[in-house]
Design a protein around this ligand. Structure first.
Ligand SMILES: [Fe+2]
Length: 199
């Protein structure tokens, strides 16, 4: 860490005691993809593997959250209000998942993926158009993204358990899989073409 470019107050005693040290720069002290040695009864290999799998799920979940917000804003038509509220609720659940997954990565000694530009580099969820799609296509896109995460989560949970990382297994099953399965149901039911007025 260097402070050489930060002007140091010298005159006023009060300023000396309360002046923030601005524009600080420092070295990167832990590289992405590495894990520190934490004494939580898990091998370095197990923790590193779990962090890698969790970061993929984390990146895809961050994109899914963004898609929920995009569609919460852009949805239109006769079901606007219902979908506007529902998509925001589901976005909120994804946001909670993001924090849970990220803090599991930190618990394992790793680095949680966070910058949206980094997230965009590793996500496997297809990019949506910048403009607006028709509402059924929005919902279908959300459903497909959800299943993509579920496919990955099922496999990651099994592998984490095989490596002895039961905490990560539990988090993926209890949080990611259960949340995304339920959200998949809510989305899929909106894609059933049922009559509204005449049976
Ligand atoms: Fe809103």
């Amino acid at each position: 860490m260097t402070m050489s470019h930060t002007p140091r107050p010298t005159n006023d005693r009060e300023i000396m005691h309360s002046q923030p040290w601005l524009h600080q720069q420092g070295l990167e002290i832990q590289a992405y993809g590495t894990v520190r040695l934490f004494p939580i009864a898990l091998s370095r290999d197990a923790r590193q593997y779990s962090c890698q799998r969790l970061n993929q799920i984390l990146a895809d979940t961050q994109i899914l959250f963004s898609l929920y917000k995009k569609h919460h804003w852009l949805v239109r038509g006769p079901t606007f209000y219902q979908l506007h509220l529902l998509l925001d609720k589901l976005a909120g659940e994804q946001l909670a998942l993001i924090d849970t997954i990220a803090e599991r990565v930190q618990t394992l000694g790793g680095i949680a993926i966070s910058d949206p530009r980094h997230v965009a580099e590793i996500t496997r969820i297809p990019r949506a158009p910048n403009g607006c799609e028709e509402v059924p296509a929005m919902l279908s896109r959300l459903l497909e993204a959800t299943e993509l995460i579920l496919i990955d989560a099922h496999e990651a949970a099994l592998r984490a358990a095989e490596g002895g990382d039961l905490g990560t297994n539990d988090l993926i099953v209890s949080n990611v899989i259960r949340t995304d399965e339920l959200q998949g149901w809510f989305l899929a039911e909106h894609l059933v073409n049922t009559p509204i007025v005449i049976a």
